[in-house]
Design a protein around this ligand. Structure first.
Ligand SMILES: C[S@@+](CC[C@H](N)C(=O)[O-])C[C@H]1O[C@@H](n2cnc3c(N)ncnc32)[C@H](O)[C@@H]1O
Length: 247
């Protein structure tokens, strides 16, 4: 993991759930999107790669019985609830792809939610993750599309567009790894009091924002305040769901 990515998540870990658990409705919606695509059922062997604090692993474990939770950030893993159904492993997606052995052999479901953009050699990692699947197993990569509607400042949108991988390229890599691929998009309407959203941006709630120094961020926050003068900001949070199924 890149040093600044590790620093970002180490710093954010204690407040991560607060920032991302926008609303129970959002978590329920996202969990349903994931569970349906993974066709999760009791007894499935599941690994959540880049699981963070286990926000989604917790919900998956309620359906499957257990989840192996993999993340390179020790601080994020520390936030996972003490629950025997959640087995934490400190490792990166790259470690798994290059043969690190996990508890369990082959998996029925592998989830990578909002972590693939941190992975350096995505083609090799997707190929390695595909090899973890049992016959009929599902690999689901949940990611933002190449542009987002978040009420951010212009420079942040530009940076995002430069850095964010294209879901089509992820789908192509899954196809090359021998999986049958389905790419779909879904969105969820979000609303925040403007001041709360500004506080989240000031706190660099997205890893993208850690690429701006204090001065640039302060200018960005001013720009947001100028652009969004209402009491609330509203936008659609759109996600790509790239599903690969092993034969
Ligand atoms: C935006 S968070 C997503 C966490 C969780 N999946 C969720 O949706 O709440 C990104 C996570 O990816 C992890 N990460 C960063 N680089 C990674 C890598 N190379 N392999 C696997 N995970 C990585 C970070 O430590 C962080 O926990």
């Amino acid at each position: 993991m890149r040093e600044e990515t590790r620093d970002h998540y180490d710093r954010l870990a204690p407040v991560y759930d607060q920032n991302w658990a926008y609303s129970p409705d959002f978590l329920d919606w996202m969990s349903d999107c994931i569970l349906a695509r993974l066709r999760a059922k009791y007894g499935d062997r599941v690994v959540d790669v880049g699981c963070g604090t286990g926000l989604y692993a917790r919900r998956l474990a309620q359906h499957t019985g257990s989840v192996v939770c993999v993340d390179p950030s020790a601080r994020m893993l520390e936030q996972i609830p003490d629950d025997p159904r959640l087995v934490a492993v400190q490792a990166s997606a790259e470690d798994l792809a290059s043969g690190l052995t996990l508890p369990g052999d082959r998996f029925d479901a592998v989830l990578v939610k909002e972590a693939i953009h941190h992975v350096t050699d995505r083609v090799a990692v997707i190929d390695g993750l595909a090899k973890l699947l049992a016959p009929g197993g599902r690999l689901l990569i949940v990611m933002l599309p190449t542009s987002i509607e978040y009420p951010l400042f212009q420079a942040a949108h530009e940076r995002f567009r430069e850095l964010q991988p294209d879901p089509q390229a992820i789908a192509a890599a899954m196809g090359d790894a021998g999986l049958a691929v389905e790419l779909s998009y879904e969105d969820f309407p979000l609303a925040f009091p403007t001041e709360r959203y500004v506080a989240m941006v000031s706190d660099r709630y997205l890893s993208l924002l850690s690429m701006f120094d204090d001065e640039e961020l302060a200018a960005g926050v001013e720009e947001i305040r100028r652009r969004y003068q209402g009491e609330w900001v509203e936008f659609r949070d759109r996600f790509a769901f790239v599903l690969g199924i092993a034969s």
